[in-house]
Design a binder for this molecule. Structure first.
Ligand code: ZN
Ligand code: ZN
Length: 345
């Protein structure tokens, strides 16, 4: 199976938390946390449609300025989500710059921000051409655990305790569509942009009796073949369970947090989890409302995740990071799983 999402930690396990999740089948990406973003090229940043911030400690939110700088003057929309008081944090950032020339920009950038409370959300839109002033009343909506639901995937959030509320996130693909190359060969049709349309039709559960046209270019000429959607799916697509990616940072190892995390991350294909300290420094971890490597490994094991990536190591381990990884691995051992090495840009 070729996964639809390819998550990567932009700053590795020691740098500021930023998980960049590009889509395999289109030029689009999601972002979890906004620490230092300088290692993410503008062309990657501009693929972002949604960003999810766990909490606004500086190491998770300082990169918001880089996002703003990159999107400014572009005809784009970005929707960011964060914990209670997030709108105040966003407005504080926006208020720190002078916007007197933006009304002349030919392209406007629209920023939507949503703060997530346990039972409701509040959203506001900030328009670049209006100097990011939000003239409309905030929009309040009930929150049932799901922040974003599209035909192909959804994003869920939970509230965890880090002395302040800190959000955890799940990215869940509805199901996965594998394209069978030999099926394409038999039908004598090549891969191409039409595959995105085809997958969308399946995610949207369109009527199999509907027509579907495959269009491609051959020797400069456009070629078309008509199919019944159901027939084409039968010949070239295999459906398998979708990916689940869980992102958990900055939490104290309390019984309440542990219970929530285990349930939330249950059977994830990949869990990204903070691993700030060695268990020998459990008192420091507790004092700072963080996890130890052993605790992270235990949570990953109890949740039954397939792969887990420990990260957000304290800088005190910059020369001994292997100790954190080994301790997390030991706690996770005994279950038939593998720990994926953190990937870097
Ligand atoms: Zn942090
Ligand atoms: Zn924090």
């Amino acid at each position: 199976m070729r996964p639809s999402f390819h998550p990567r930690l932009v700053n590795g396990p020691l740098g500021d938390p930023v998980l960049f999740v590009p889509f395999f089948y289109e030029k689009r990406a999601l972002l979890f946390d906004m620490g230092d973003l300088h290692r993410l090229p503008p062309k990657e940043i501009l693929k972002l449609t949604h960003g999810f911030v766990t909490h606004t400690h500086m190491d998770h939110f300082a990169g918001f300025d880089t996002l703003l700088r990159t999107f400014l003057g572009r005809q784009k929309a970005l929707h960011v989500f964060g914990p209670p008081n997030f709108l105040q944090n966003i407005e504080g950032k926006l208020a720190s710059y002078t916007w007197n020339l933006v009304e002349n920009y030919s392209h406007g950038f629209s920023l939507k921000a949503t703060e997530v409370h346990p039972t409701y959300t509040i959203s506001k839109v900030y328009d670049c051409k209006k100097e990011f002033r939000s003239n409309e009343a905030p929009h309040k909506a009930p929150f049932d655990g799901t922040l974003l639901a599209e035909s192909a995937f959804s994003i869920d959030a939970i509230h965890l305790h880090h002395k302040i509320p800190c959000l955890g996130f799940n990215l869940k693909e509805q199901f996965h569509v594998n394209i069978m190359k030999d099926g394409l060969r038999r039908l004598e049709i090549p891969v191409g942009p039409w595959l995105r349309r085809f997958k969308e039709a399946l995610y949207e559960e369109r009527n199999p009796e509907e027509g579907f046209q495959v269009v491609w270019k051959e020797a400069g000429k456009e070629r078309k073949v008509d199919f019944r959607l159901g027939d084409l799916a039968e010949q070239i697509a295999r459906i398998s369970p979708g990916q689940k990616i869980t992102y958990i940072v900055d939490v104290i190892f309390s019984p309440e947090n542990a219970k929530k995390i285990i349930e939330f991350a249950r059977d994830a294909d990949q869990l990204f989890i903070e691993t700030a300290f060695l268990d020998a420094e459990i008192d420091v971890a507790r004092e700072k409302y963080h996890l130890t490597a052993k605790q992270a490994g235990i949570l990953a094991k109890k949740a039954g995740v397939k792969q887990f990536t420990p990260f957000h190591f304290s800088p005190r381990y910059s020369h001994t990071e292997h100790l954190l990884q080994e301790e997390a691995d030991r706690a996770f051992a005994g279950v038939a799983c593998s720990r994926q090495k953190p990937t870097h840009l």
